[in-house]
Design a protein around this ligand. Structure first.
Ligand code: ZN
Length: 137
């Protein structure tokens, strides 16, 4: 069974994955995911930027039921397992909306790190992998 990313251009494909964002060369704002133009100043001079693997939990909640589909393409019905969702602030420069590996035992400000986790199995039998953040330590 092969492992495949849920989408291209979202994270690097390695043992130490990083999210792929973009940085505005004009005003310095960092975005995730990559954007073609700056949401603050409108510049189109955006450069790809690999984001730090660690950050701090900024806000979170628990997803107790499957989100609307589409865009959600994960397990539904009895196969659905509640998961945490939240924002992780990376290096004080960008907040990333993300799945969390925990649905409990979370607290604001705790250290989090990026991991790749199984998401679903596609029609070809491949394991589709997405990104999440987990508590450090
Ligand atoms: Zn800008």
């Amino acid at each position: 069974m092969a492992r495949v990313p849920v989408a291209e251009g979202v994270f690097t494909w390695s043992d130490d994955p990083q999210l792929i964002g973009s940085r505005c060369s004009a005003c310095g704002i960092v975005t995730f995911p990559v954007q073609d133009s700056c949401p603050r100043c409108g510049s189109t001079d955006m450069a790809e930027r690999l984001l730090p693997r660690r950050g701090r939990l900024w806000a979170w909640t628990t997803q107790e039921f499957p989100p609307p589909s589409p865009p959600y393409a994960g397990p539904t019905g009895d196969a659905f397992v509640p998961f945490g969702v939240g924002y992780v602030e990376l290096a004080g420069e960008v907040k990333v909306e993300t799945r969390l590996t925990e649905a409990n035992a979370l607290r604001i400000g705790m250290d989090m790190e990026l991991v790749l986790v199984p998401f679903r199995t596609d029609d070809g039998g491949n394991e589709v992998v997405t990104f999440a953040f987990r508590p450090v330590g």
